[in-house]
Design a protein. Structure first.
Lengths: 610, 567
C-alpha cells in the first residue's frame, strides 16, 4: 500500500457514496443501524423489507446499507435516508412500507417515525435536541460508514493518520502530539495517555505489546461496544499508531465474549486491513511491522483492571497484582505493554490528523477532548452521548437527556459505574472533569450516568451496586472479598429494618478500610456507592433506623421513681440511657430501639411504656 | 547492586534496590507480620496483613511485594496500620470455622497467633460463613475449606515447587475457594500426597489424614504385636516438637517414647534402607550390564512414584522394582521376624513413623505396613500419652532390625539414596572394600545435582533431584534425549524426607529466612560420619537375614520387590 493507492481508494469510494454527503445527489441511500441494539430489534429483517419494498415499487437508484451505532438505542431501530439525512426512529417491519411510500415515492417525511412526532421540523440528526449539543470525536463517522467495509472508513480519511504517523513523524513526535492533546485514559483512572506511551517507549526490550481493553463491564455501559461495532478500523488504526510510537510489534484486543458482533466486525476489520497491507509487515513500505489479534475474555468484571486483564490474556486466572511493576515496565508475557481502552484509542487517529493542539482546545482544564457517556435510568432520552469534557451534569441530564422521566423530581445521578458515586442535586452544576469528580468523591469511570428520581431509595441503589461488586470481586484480597460481603450484609440488615446507628457507623468505617487496604483499583473504589450515599443521603440511612424506632414501643423514665442506680443503662443494648448516679436517668429517644430491657431490669417501676 | 536509602519506623535503612519493604525492614531488625507471603513462592499481597503506611500515599501498601525506593518513609506500626491489620484478621475470622480448641493446627496456626497478638475481637465482625464439606477422600491429606483464608500458598507450592497443580482457586468473590479441577475430591485429582501444601498452610485448612486412632485400636487388641518402625529423618525432626532446636539428632528418647506409648518393638527403617541399597545397587549393576531400562529411577519416594505413573507412564519401567525401605522392612518383619518369634502373621502389626503423608497411600498397595504416623502425629500421640519427652531416658532400637549402617541413615536427605547406593555399587563393581565413602558431590543439592563418578573404567552418570518441579525438568530433558544418566534419585519434597510433608510445622517467619531442611540433613550426615559401619552391604544383621532366610527360601524378589504396573 502506498499513499497514492490509499488516496485512490478514498476518492473512488467517495464517488460511490456521494449520496451520504451531497444533498443534491440523485441517488438515494437507506442506512439501517446494524449494531447490537437495533439488530436485536429486528434490524436485519428491516433491511430485507426495504429491499423487498424497493423491488416491489421498482425504485431505481436506491440502495440499502448497514451503518454503525447512533447511540439512541432506546428508540431503535434507527434508519437514515440520504441525501436528505432524514432520521427515523422506532422503525418496525410494518413501518418500512410507510417510509418507502412517504419518503422515497412521495418525497415527504414519514412523520410517524420521526424522533419526536410533535417536532416535525426536527428531521435531521443534527437538529434533534438529543444530538444538538453533542460533539463527536470518538464516535465521529458512525452514521456515514458501513462498519464492515474498510473502503467506507478509508473514504473518511481512515488510515491517513497512520500514514502520517509512519512516514511524516518520528515515534517520539507521535507521543509528543498525544501529550500535547492532553488525552487521558477513558477507562476510569484518567492517566495521561501520552505519558503512558512515553514510559513504554523508554523501556528497552526485544518485544513490546499494545493492548486494547475492550472488556467493558459496567452495568449499562456500552460506549466501547458501540465504537467497535461502528468503526472497528479506528481501533485497528489507533493501535498501529500506538505500536509505532512505543516500538511494539504486536497487539491484542481483549474483548469480552459477550460482544459477539463487535468481535465479528473487529475480526473482519483485521482481515481487511491485512489484505490491504495496512497490517502486517512493512506497513506503507516502512520498517514498521505489526500484528494484531483478538483475545476473548469470559466477561469477568475484574478483567477490566489492567493487571487482571493481562493475567487473563496470558491464560491465567484473572486476578490483579500489585503495581509496580507497571504494565509499561512489565506487561503481557513480561514485556513492556501499552494498555488503553477502546474510547481512548478511538480519539487517537483524529488527534494525529488534526493535531494535539486542536484536541486540547476541546474540554476543560486538564480534562481535554470529549467523553462518551451512557445516559440511562430515570431520564427522558437514554442512550450514548458524546460531549466536551467540562459539560455540567445539569446540561447532560436536562438539556440532552431531556430531564427526569415523567416529570418527577431529580434526586441523584450515579456516575462512574459500580464503583462510582451518587451525586445529589446540589452537585448538578459540577463540570464533568476527572478532577472535579474526584474532588467530590466520584470518578469518571468508563462513563456510566444513571439518573435517579425522587422515588429511588439511595440505600437500595448502594445495595444494587454493592451486590454487583460482591459478585464480581476476584476474591483475592481479604478487604474486597470479605469486607464488601459484610457491607452488603449490613445494608440488608438496615433495609430489613433491623439496623442500628452503630451499623451505620460500622458501614462507614469498614468502607474506608476497604478503600485503603484493597489490592486493586476495583477493590479500592468498591465502597464508593456506600460512601457517597452516606455522604449525601445519610438521612435515608438514618430514616431506616428511625422507622423501626417509630414502630417500636416507647419508654420513658419516671423521674420521681428513679433512684439513679444505673441498672437500666447497663442492660441497654444500644447504650441510650444515661445519667448521674443517684439522680434520675434519661432515655435518649433517638437511639432507643424499644426493646423493653430496661423496664424489665428496673426494680423500682420507674420505667414506663407510653 | 545499587543501594537505596529509606526510613522505616524512623530508622535509616540502606537497602538493595532489589529489596522489598519487607526484606529491607528485616535488615533494620523489624519483622513485619505476614500471612500469605512465602519467600520466592508467594508474594501476591492477597492477605493484606503486611500493610504499611508510605508517606505520600493515601492507601496502605503491602510490604511483601512493594520494592523499596529512594527516600521512602515507611511506618510499619502506627495506629492506622495496626488498626488495618486487626480489621483484616477480624474479617478473615468472620468467615473462619473458629473451633481452635480442637483444631489440628491449634498453637501452630498463624491466624490464631495474629488474632491474639493484634488484639482482635473474634466476634466483632459477624456475617454469613461459607460452609463446605470436609474432603476426607485422600488417605494422605484432609482439606477443610471452612478454615481456608485463601492465602494461596498451597496453590503456589503445588504448582511452582511440585509441578502438580492439583488445586487452584475457583469461583469469584466471597465464594472463592481452593479446589481440585472439576470439583473432584482430592483422591481423584493429580495430588501425589506429598503434603507440601500442609506444611505451608497457615491455618488448619490442610492437615494430614490422622492414623492415631487406628494405631490405638491396633494396640487395644490384646493378641496384637504392634511394631513401630522409624524412618531416618524422623529422628532429626521430632525433637523440634518438644522444644529442641531445628537439627537436633536424638534417637534414644524417641525409642523410649515409642515403647512407652505402647509399641511392643521398635525397629528402624534405616535397616529397610540397607536392604533397599543392596537390592537397588544390584539392580543398577544388572541394568548397566544389560544396558536396559536406563536410567534407573529410585522408587523410595511414593509421591514421586505416583507422579511418574501419572505424568510419565512410559517411564514406569525405569522405576526401580524395589519396594521402599518402609515396605521392605515391613515385609521382613511380617515374614522373617514373625516366623523367628512364632507370631502369627495376622497378629503382627507394623506401624511406620514417617516424615511423609504420601506413605499413607503407599501402604495401601502391599500388605507390609498397617498404619503410618507422621512425625507430627507421633508428637501428638506422645503428648496424649502424658509423656514428658525431654525427661525420657534414652534407649536403643530393638534387634535384629535395629542395627543400621550410616548409608541407611542418610536416606532422609536428598542425595542420600544415591550416596548409599554408590557406597555399595562401587564396592561391588570394583570388587574391593573402598575406603572412599564420602560422596560429597551428591550432597547439598539445590534441587538438581548432576555428577559423573568413575568406577573402574565405567563412568557413572548420576543425578539427584528433589522437588517435583525439578523432577519435571529432568524428565523432560531425559525424554528429549538431552540428558543420559545411569541413575536418578527422585525425592518429591524439596531437600528430601527431612522436609517431608509430615514433618513438624516450622514457624514460617523462620522458613522465610532460614533453610530448615538443610539443618536437619546436616544432623543426619554428622551421625553417618560417626557410624562404625557406613555401608549397607556390611550390615551383619541384614546379611544374616539374606543368608539364613531370603536366599534359602528364594524370597528376595517376592518380599523386597514389586511390580509398579500392577493396579
Amino acid at each position: 500500500m502506498t499513499f497514492a493507492e490509499l488516496t485512490k481508494l478514498k476518492n473512488e469510494r467517495l464517488k460511490e457514496i456521494d449520496v451520504r454527503f451531497n444533498k443534491n445527489s440523485l441517488k438515494k441511500e437507506i442506512m439501517v443501524c446494524s449494531s447490537t441494539g437495533c439488530k436485536s430489534n429486528h434490524g436485519a429483517e428491516i433491511i430485507e423489507e426495504f429491499k423487498k419494498q424497493i423491488k416491489e415499487h421498482n425504485l431505481t437508484n436506491v440502495s440499502v446499507e448497514k451503518t454503525g451505532c447512533f447511540g439512541l438505542c432506546a428508540l431503535g431501530p434507527i434508519v437514515i435516508i440520504y441525501p436528505e439525512g432524514t432520521f427515523y426512529c422506532r422503525v418496525t417491519k410494518s413501518a418500512v412500507k410507510e417510509i418507502v411510500e412517504q419518503n422515497l415515492i412521495k418525497g415527504k417525511v414519514a412523520t410517524n417515525y420521526l424522533y419526536d412526532k410533535a417536532l416535525i421540523n426536527q428531521t435531521h440528526k443534527n437538529e434533534i435536541d438529543f444530538y444538538k449539543h453533542q460533539q463527536f470525536v470518538a464516535r465521529k463517522n458512525s452514521e456515514f460508514i458501513n462498519p464492515e467495509n474498510i473502503l467506507d472508513y478509508i473514504a473518511l480519511d481512515g488510515y491517513f493518520a497512520l500514514y502520517k504517523a509512519l512516514t511524516k513523524m518520528q515515534p517520539n513526535e507521535v507521543i509528543e502530539e498525544i501529550k500535547k492533546s492532553g488525552l487521558r485514559g477513558r477507562g476510569g483512572a484518567g492517566f495521561p495517555t501520552g505519558t503512558k506511551w512515553e514510559l513504554t517507549a523508554k523501556e528497552k526490550a526485544n518485544k513490546k505489546y499494545v493492548v486494547c481493553n475492550a472488556d467493558e463491564g459496567d452495568p449499562g455501559a456500552f460506549m466501547d461496544r458501540s465504537i467497535i461495532e461502528s468503526e472497528p478500523h479506528k481501533i485497528v488504526e489507533a493501535m498501529l499508531i500506538a505500536g509505532y510510537a512505543v516500538g511494539a510489534s504486536g497487539g491484542f484486543v481483549y474483548l469480552r465474549a459477550e460482544y459477539p458482533l463487535a468481535g465479528e466486525r473487529l475480526e473482519k476489520a483485521i482481515e481487511q486491513a491485512r489484505k490491504l497491507g495496512l497490517l502486517g509487515k512493512n506497513i506503507f513500505g516502512t520498517k514498521f511491522s505489526f500484528n494484531l489479534s483478538i483475545k476473548y475474555g469470559a466477561g469477568a468484571f475484574v478483567c477490566g483492571e489492567e493487571t487482571a486483564l493481562m493475567h487473563s490474556l496470558e491464560g491465567k486466572r484473572g486476578e490483579p497484582r500489585t503495581r509496580p511493576p507497571y504494565p509499561a515496565q512489565q506487561g503481557v508475557f513480561g514485556c513492556p505493554t501499552v494498555l488503553n481502552n477502546v474510547e481512548t484509542f478511538a480519539n487517537v487517529p483524529t488527534i494525529i490528523l488534526n493535531g494535539g493542539e486542536w484536541y486540547s482546545k476541546i474540554g476543560k482544564g486538564t480534562s481535554t477532548g470529549t467523553k462518551v457517556f451512557a445516559l440511562s435510568g430515570k431520564v427522558k432520552h437514554t442512550g450514548l452521548v458524546e460531549l466536551p469534557m467540562g459539560t455540567t451534569l445539569r446540561d447532560i441530564i436536562f438539556n440532552i437527556g431531556g430531564g427526569v422521566l415523567n416529570n418527577k423530581k431529580f434526586k441523584a445521578v450515579q456516575i462512574g459505574g459500580p464503583s462510582g458515586a451518587c451525586l445529589p442535586e446540589s452537585k448538578l452544576d459540577l463540570p464533568v472533569t476527572y478532577d472535579d469528580l474526584k474532588n467530590n468523591g466520584a470518578m469518571m469511570g468508563s462513563g456510566g450516568l444513571i439518573v435517579l428520581d425522587e422515588d429511588s431509595s439511595m440505600v437500595e441503589v448502594a445495595k444494587f451496586f454493592l451486590e454487583f461488586i460482591c459478585d464480581e470481586s476476584c476474591g483475592k484480597c481479604t478487604p474486597c472479598r470479605i469486607g464488601n460481603r459484610r457491607l452488603l450484609e449490613i445494608l440488608n440488615k438496615l433495609l430489613a429494618g433491623n439496623g442500628t446507628m452503630e451499623d451505620i457507623d460500622e458501614l462507614e468505617s469498614l468502607s474506608y478500610f476497604i478503600k485503603e487496604n484493597s489490592l486493586c483499583g476495583l477493590g479500592q473504589s468498591s465502597p464508593n456507592p456506600v460512601l457517597s450515599t452516606l455522604k449525601y443521603f445519610k438521612d435515608e440511612y438514618v430514616a431506616l433506623v428511625d422507622k423501626q424506632h417509630k414502630n417500636a414501643d416507647k419508654y420513658v423514665i419516671n423521674k420521681e421513681k428513679c433512684i439513679g442506680c444505673s441498672a437500666c443503662s447497663r442492660v441497654c443494648p444500644v447504650k441510650c440511657i444515661s445519667g448521674e448516679i443517684k439522680k434520675p436517668f434519661e432515655i435518649n429517644q433517638e437511639k432507643c430501639i424499644g426493646c423493653g430491657g430496661c423496664q424489665k431490669t428496673c426494680k423500682f417501676g420507674a420505667i414506663e411504656k407510653v | 547492586m545499587t543501594k537505596v536509602n529509606l526510613i522505616i519506623d524512623g530508622v535509616n535503612v540502606e537497602a538493595d534496590s532489589s529489596d522489598t519493604i519487607l526484606t529491607a525492614a528485616k535488615k533494620a531488625g523489624i519483622i513485619i507480620p505476614t500471612l500469605c507471603y512465602l519467600k520466592d513462592i508467594n508474594n501476591d499481597g492477597a492477605c493484606r496483613v503486611c500493610v504499611v503506611e508510605c508517606k505520600g500515599k493515601t492507601n496502605l501498601i503491602t510490604a511483601c511485594n512493594n520494592p523499596v525506593m529512594e527516600g521512602m518513609e515507611i511506618e510499619t506500626c502506627n495506629p492506622k496500620v495496626l488498626e488495618a491489620r486487626k480489621t483484616n484478621i477480624e474479617l478473615l475470622l468472620s468467615n473462619h470455622n473458629k473451633n481452635c480448641l480442637t483444631c489440628g493446627k491449634n498453637l501452630n496456626c498463624k491466624l490464631q497467633q495474629y488474632s491474639y497478638e493484634f488484639g482482635c475481637d473474634e466476634n466483632k465482625i459477624v456475617g454469613v460463613k461459607n460452609n463446605y464439606d470436609l474432603d476426607l477422600s485422600s488417605p494422605c491429606i484432609v482439606r477443610d475449606n471452612n478454615k481456608c483464608i485463601l492465602c494461596g500458598r498451597c496453590v503456589q507450592v503445588c504448582k511452582q515447587i511440585q509441578a502438580t497443580s492439583a488445586i487452584q482457586k475457583q469461583k469469584r468473590g466471597f465464594q472463592t475457594m481452593i479446589n481440585c479441577s472439576f470439583d473432584k475430591p482430592i483422591k481423584d485429582s493429580t495430588c501425589v500426597g506429598c503434603g507440601q501444601c500442609v506444611l505451608v498452610c497457615p491455618t488448619g485448612a490442610l492437615l494430614e489424614t490422622s492414623n492415631i486412632k487406628k494405631v490405638m485400636e491396633l494396640m487395644a487388641e490384646p493378641n496384637n504385636v504392634v511394631i513401630a518402625q522409624v524412618a531416618p529423618s524422623v529422628r532429626v525432626a521430632i525433637n523440634e516438637e518438644f522444644g529442641y532446636p531445628v537439627g537436633t539428632f536424638n534417637e534414644g528418647k524417641l525409642v523410649t517414647a515409642l515403647k512407652r506409648v505402647g509399641f511392643n518393638k521398635v525397629f528402624d527403617v534405616n535397616v529397610g534402607a540397607d536392604f533397599t541399597v543392596i537390592e537397588e545397587s544390584e539392580e543398577l549393576i544388572e541394568r548397566i550390564n544389560e544396558n536396559k531400562n536406563l536410567p534407573l529411577f529410585s522408587s523410595c519416594c511414593p509421591a514421586w512414584v505416583k507422579y511418574c505413573k501419572l505424568h510419565y507412564p512410559d517411564y514406569v519401567k525405569n522405576l526401580s522394582s524395589c519396594k521402599s525401605p518402609n515396605e521392605m522392612l515391613g515385609a521382613v518383619i511380617k515374614n522373617y521376624y514373625a516366623k523367628q518369634n512364632n507370631i502369627s502373621v495376622n497378629n503382627i502389626k507394623v506401624v511406620a513413623i514417617m516424615p511423609c503423608t504420601a506413605k499413607k497411600e503407599e501402604i495401601l498397595e502391599n500388605n507390609d505396613v498397617d498404619a503410618v504416623l507422621t512425625t507430627r502425629e507421633l508428637a501428638t500421640f506422645i503428648k496424649y500419652k502424658n509423656l514428658s519427652f525431654t525427661h525420657l531416658p534414652e534407649s536403643e532400637f530393638d534387634n535384629p532390625l535395629g542395627e543400621y549402617s550410616g548409608a541407611g541413615l542418610i536416606f532422609g536427605s536428598t542425595g542420600g539414596v544415591t550416596e548409599a547406593v554408590l557406597r555399595t555399587a562401587v564396592d561391588k563393581l570394583s570388587k574391593t572394600d573402598s575406603s572412599d565413602v564420602d560422596f560429597e558431590v551428591v550432597r547439598q543439592s539445590e534441587g538438581i545435582k548432576e555428577t559423573t563418578i568413575n568406577v573402574g573404567n565405567l563412568k557413572l552418570n548420576l543425578c539427584v533431584v528433589s522437588g517435583l518441579k525439578n523432577a519435571q525438568i529432568i524428565m523432560e530433558q531425559i525424554k528429549n534425549g538431552e540428558k543420559h544418566f545411569h541413575f536418578v534419585e527422585f525425592m518429591a519434597c524439596p531437600g528430601g524426607c527431612v522436609n517431608g510433608g509430615g514433618q513438624p510445622f516450622v514457624d514460617y517467619t523462620k522458613i522465610n529466612y532460614f533453610d530448615v531442611a538443610k539443618q536437619r540433613a546436616k544432623a543426619l550426615y554428622e551421625n553417618d560420619k560417626k557410624s562404625t559401619n557406613r555401608k549397607s552391604h556390611k550390615n551383619q544383621f541384614v546379611n544374616k537375614i539374606y543368608k539364613e532366610f531370603l536366599i534359602p527360601n528364594n524370597l528376595t524378589k517376592t518380599l523386597l520387590h514389586h511390580n509398579h504396573n500392577k493396579k
